[in-house]
Structure formats: structure tokens, C-alpha cells
Design a protein around this ligand. Structure first.
Ligand SMILES: [Zn+2]
Length: 464
């Protein structure tokens, strides 16, 4: 058999440990893994000295996302271009139905938006923002179309927030159909009160975004939703998206010890940045929800990442340019008017590798688990994605483990002119990305074609 692509002399890391050798690729799939492959290949790449990991699966992106009166600056083209440059070969993006819109219409819209533009492969989650008979009836159909995970909000009152009774009904319905529930866990009612209070006192600077969303409101909401979901039964598969406190991780871990499939996702910005960034002149760029926290919380998250208590790392890539962030005003607007969201899809790899693996906080096995293996399992994409096994898609990120890089916007590919990690120094950088056997990024050059990514439907059961 002649191969399409032969990867030679790679140091390969999977969730199960490292091995050295060659990988043969045919028709976009891994067909052979061995110490020394001698077969003919159309293309051979020698990766000695480099680390090869499964292409990252970023389970949390918002491309072309309509929110807070703006649409995010990265559409599916720019966003997935940035993704492949960062070693991410699959994103899982959030379908966000408009108020009153049914789920299947929104699903079709998102497929239409994404299919023509994506460079990485992609899956989809479904946000549910309201409850009515049509929405409940469509949940099984949505799942049959490969959207096996859902996101429900306990915050953003009057926009996306659901009440406890609605959350209960939806978790039950989704779980009865085998789906996964993602929760934005913050107490939206109290946040709403705190925002009104600060505004009435003339406290409108970006740092009040943090004071209006204190740690305890994530911890309370996590505790509440975990209690509610635990009543529903053992068939619930639930994770807290973008967890920002160690305590919220511990709540889910306690339930997991009792046999429930409860997990946490965190994001790189909660591991790397702290609340001080909100006090800078460009503090408006650092507004996302939940907000950046203390160094003490950052440390707690790193420990829980290392221990395995945090299950996945997603970027929550949700990009607004400066004009959008400032609502087209000269001055920074009051904190509650600033669109929530930060870039991140392209920097998961260097941040977790450089600040986690290289600093001996997490192992390479953990790196692979949280960036590809676990999200692929959670969203029904495994073993097509998140694995280096015969039959899996030939998706790889290639890391130069010794490359020292100072992060700056000119190295990155998002449709904005800043990065929240400007000036940060890391060791280790993605130098090549292979998606279904095709080199889509190499040494600063994006080589993939617009629209060459594919929709990857999630399959039930998840977490097998
Ligand atoms: Zn999000």
C-alpha cells in the first residue's frame, strides 16, 4: 500500500503515554503506527525533535455569535484559520437560536454559516434560551443531527438566563435522550442586582464587572445546579463550562465520587490572567463572564488541572474588536455595556504547554487529555477525533518544545489587532497542523483552504 503522508521519527504523545516512531496516513486517516514504516508515500515529513499530539479539540468557541447587540469579529473563516494556526483541528461551536426561533431552524442556519467557511473540522452544541413545546419536541431531532450537547445559562438575566424549573425540565429531557448538558453557572439574579447597585453609585469602570460577579455566585450556582441534576438521576451527563473557581470544581468532583457523570471545563484565561488586568487602560478587553479572578483561584485551577479534576480546557473564543468592545465610543463605556468575550482558540496550546507542561505543573498525558481526548469523548467525537489510533482521523498538532516565543498580535490570526496575552513569554509553539492528513498550517503560513473543514456529527453514547 502506498501512503498519502508519512510522518517519520515523531515523539508522539497520547493520553496513554508517549511512543517514538512513524505514522502512516491514507485518505485522511491513520492507517499504520509503527517504529519504522518503510512504505512509499506521496509526502514524507521528518519530525525528529518535535512533539506530535492529537489535533486539539476546542469544545468552546463562539464564531459569528450574535450577542449583546454585536456579532463576534471572527466569522467561521477567520476563527477556524486562527484555530488551525494554533494546532486546533476541531472546534465545537455554539448554535445560538434567536429569541422565538426553533432549534432546527437555528441548526440549519449555523450549518449554512459554517460549511462554506471552516478550515478546521467542527461540531456543534445547541444553546437553549427559552422553553416551549416545540423546543422540547425538537431535542431528539437535534441529537439525531449530531448535536449531542446543549448549553443552558443560569446568568444573563433577560437575555439567556433560565429559571430553576426550566433548567430542571431541560436537563431531564436532554438526559432522557442521551445528550450532554453544559451549564453556565453564575447566579444571574444577584448579578443583576449588583450591577444596578454599582451603576447607581456611579461605579462603572471595567473592574466593577468583577465586583458584580464575585466567586461565590459561581460556587452557589454550581452547587444549586449539581443538586438539581443529582435529583434527576444517574443518566445525567453534565459539565460546568468555563469554570473559574477551585470550589466549583470541587463540588462537581464530590458528585463524581458518588457515581455521577459531572465534570468541569476551564479556559486558559482563568489559568493565566488575574483581576488586575481589568484595572489597566485597556481593561475593557479583559471582560468576559465569569470574570478574571485572584491569583489564589488561578493556583487552585492549576492544581485541579494537574490532578485530573478539571476534565477539559476550551478557549471560550468569543472575539470583539476594540470598536465593538467600546461600543463605537471614544471613552470606555460602563462595564455592563461592554460585550463579554475574549480571544483564545489559537493560544490554548502555547499557554498550556509553556506554562503547564514546561513548568512541570501538568504532564503531557494531562495536556492531551484536557485538550483533545476528553472533549472528544464528552462531545461524541471519539475515537474519530482525540486519538492517535489506526482508523482515527489524521489530525495532529506538531510542537517545537524548545521554541521561545513572546506572544504578540502579529503572530496570531484572529480578525482583531490585539491579544490579551501580549508580551507573555512561552516556551513551546505549534509549528505544523495536520487536519485529516493535509498540512493546513506550517511555520507561520496558513495553507488550508476556506471551506475545507467538515461538519463532524457527535455520536451517542458519549463518554465511552
Ligand atoms: Zn462561551
Amino acid at each position: 500500500m502506498s501512503l498519502d503522508l508519512l510522518i517519520k521519527n515523531a515523539k508522539v504523545f497520547t493520553h496513554a503515554g508517549p511512543f517514538e516512531g512513524d505514522i502512516g496516513v491514507k485518505h485522511g486517516k491513520i492507517v499504520k503506527i509503527s517504529g519504522d514504516i518503510q512504505e512509499q508515500a506521496d509526502k514524507t515529513v521528518n519530525l525528529s525533535g518535535k512533539y506530535v499530539v492529537p489535533g486539539l479539540v476546542d469544545g468552546h468557541t463562539h464564531m459569528e455569535f450574535p450577542f449583546m447587540g454585536e456579532v463576534t469579529a471572527d466569522d467561521f473563516y477567520h476563527g477556524t484559520r486562527a484555530a488551525v494556526a494554533g494546532g486546533v483541528t476541531t472546534i465545537v461551536d455554539f448554535i445560538t437560536p434567536a429569541p422565538g426561533q426553533d432549534l432546527m431552524t437555528a441548526y440549519k442556519q449555523w450549518r449554512e454559516k459554517a460549511d462554506a467557511k471552516v478550515m478546521s473540522d467542527y461540531g456543534l452544541h445547541m444553546i437553549i434560551r427559552e422553553i416551549n413545546p416545540i423546543i422540547l419536541e425538537q431535542i431528539p431531532e437535534v441529537i439525531r443531527n449530531g448535536v449531542v450537547s446543549f448549553k443552558l445559562f443560569m446568568a444573563y438575566k433577560n437575555e439567556l438566563m433560565l429559571l430553576d424549573g426550566q433548567l430542571y425540565q431541560l436537563i431531564k429531557k436532554i438526559s432522557d435522550n442521551g445528550g450532554v448538558v453544559g451549564i453556565h453557572a453564575e447566579n444571574g439574579e444577584i448579578i443583576y442586582e449588583l450591577i444596578q447597585q454599582f451603576l447607581s453609585e456611579g461605579k462603572a469602570d471595567p473592574v466593577y464587572h468583577y465586583y458584580s460577579r464575585p466567586d461565590i455566585l459561581e460556587i452557589e450556582a454550581t452547587n444549586r445546579i449539581a443538586s438539581i441534576a443529582s435529583m434527576i438521576g444517574k443518566n445525567v451527563k453534565m459539565y460546568i463550562v468555563h469554570t473559574s473557581t477551585g470550589e466549583a470544581v470541587d463540588i462537581m468532583s464530590e458528585y463524581r465520587k458518588k457515581g455521577l457523570k459531572f465534570y468541569n471545563e476551564t479556559t486558559p484565561h482563568y489559568l493565566v490572567l488575574n483581576t488586575d488586568y481589568l484595572t489597566r487602560p485597556d481593561g475593557y478587553r479583559y471582560i468576559m463572564s465569569p470574570p478574571l479572578r485572584s491569583d489564589e483561584q488561578r493556583t487552585k485551577l492549576w492544581y485541579r488541572l494537574a490532578s485530573g479534576d478539571i476534565f477539559t480546557v476550551g478557549s471560550d473564543h468569543c472575539v470583539y474588536n476594540d470598536a465593538q468592545k467600546k461600543r463605537y465610543k471614544e471613552k470606555v463605556p460602563p462595564f455592563h455595556e461592554i460585550p463579554n468575550g475574549v480571544p483564545g482558540v489559537e493560544t490554548i496550546l502555547p499557554l498550556l504547554f509553556g506554562l503547564g507542561v514546561k513548568k512541570d505543573i501538568i504532564s503531557m498525558e494531562r495536556f492531551v487529555e484536557v485538550t483533545s481526548y476528553n472533549p472528544a469523548k464528552l462531545f461524541g467525537l471519539y475515537p474519530k477525533k482525540g486519538a492517535i489510533l489506526p482508523g482515527s482521523d489524521a489530525d495532529f498538532a506538531v510542537i517545537d518544545p524548545n521554541r521561545k516565543v513572546r506572544i504578540s498580535p502579529d503572530l496570531l490570526h484572529s480578525n482583531i489587532n490585539y491579544t490579551i496575552y501580549d508580551g507573555l513569554e512561552v516556551e513551546g509553539w505549534n509549528v505544523m497542523t495536520i487536519r485529516r492528513g493535509e498540512i493546513v498550517y506550517e511555520e507561520g503560513q496558513v495553507l488550508g483552504k476556506k471551506g475545507s473543514g467538515m461538519y463532524i456529527p457527535g455520536k451517542l453514547p458519549v463518554l465511552v
